[in-house]
Write a protein that binds this ligand. Sequence first.
Ligand code: AMP
Ligand code: MG
Length: 335
Amino acid sequence: MRTRPKPQNRRSGAEDLPLDADIERALAQICAGELVAMPTETVYGLAGDATNDQAVAKIFAAKGRPSFNPLIVHVLDLEMARRYGEFTPLAEKLARAFWPGPLTLVLPRTKECGLSLLVSAGLDTIAIRAPDSNVARRLINACGRPLAAPSANRSGAISPTTAEHVRESLGDRAALIIDGGACPVGVESTIVKTDGDRVILLRPGGVARGAIEAIARTPLQTAADEKIEAPGMLSSHYAPGAPLRINADAPRANEAFLGFGNIAAAGTSLNLSPSGDLVEAAANLFGYLRRLDALCAARNLGGIAAAPVPREGLGEAINDRLARAAAPRTGSKAP
Ligand code: AMP
Ligand code: MG
């Protein structure tokens, strides 16, 4: 069980806002690694502690997502965002112009940022924004840490813009739903990535193209033009340097092993969840792949074998991710 996080951002501008009963209750749930549906100016978000792999895994489970899309991390402001993302001058200019507000920036993760690997779905980048909603800001301020928050609906359903929509879609999958009325923007945030002095549009949303172009003083490029990942596409996701062999019942000589449940091995192995808990397995997946990859390099092993993982619940996303990591390399942007 995690202890109450220490507020780290008391100088960040929302320190004088009162904590009402909803925020207090929400804070307790977030600190306990549970999920809270919170209003933002775009749509309702299903929020969890972005530094807690288990909480992030619960978000994927609650949404019923068949694969691990990276999630947007919500912070108070630029000062707080700098701890988690590397800002170029252009990214900073955009943040200053549009935050708080519905613009999400995709940035390289800072070293030792403490964010869950699962929140980036194993990528070396992070999608981050400062929401312009009093409730969301008060909750982030109270938690003193960033909140991962995709739209608070089951996968494939329409994004919720009222607390009632959240209740209809998620039922009791959120420990608490904060009712902040209807969301004023009503569509998701615009997502952009900066590359030198170019800005690449990954998803249109609440900030119009023209507004971004006026600040950036350059036309927006589209993801297709740039052959980079469109939202939801996993082609450039982290894949281990060592070959990965999936659905293996045991490692061969010279292989590291990623176990699951009672399929474990001695030697160079890690077990995603000895008890067979798929939420725990999802929380461990990217970290364990990286650790085994490093071990392969250090000990000159031939590859990683991964035990079969059941396909129910989060197992579908875990299998999707493992299959992609095991697929022949296409020479795409996998680091
Ligand atoms: P949601 O959290 O449901 O609003 O969705 C977040 C969107 O942001 C997804 O479509 C992701 O593909 C996209 N996204 C999040 N992180 C990244 C990233 N590091 N690189 C590219 N796209 C991202
Ligand atoms: Mg959504």
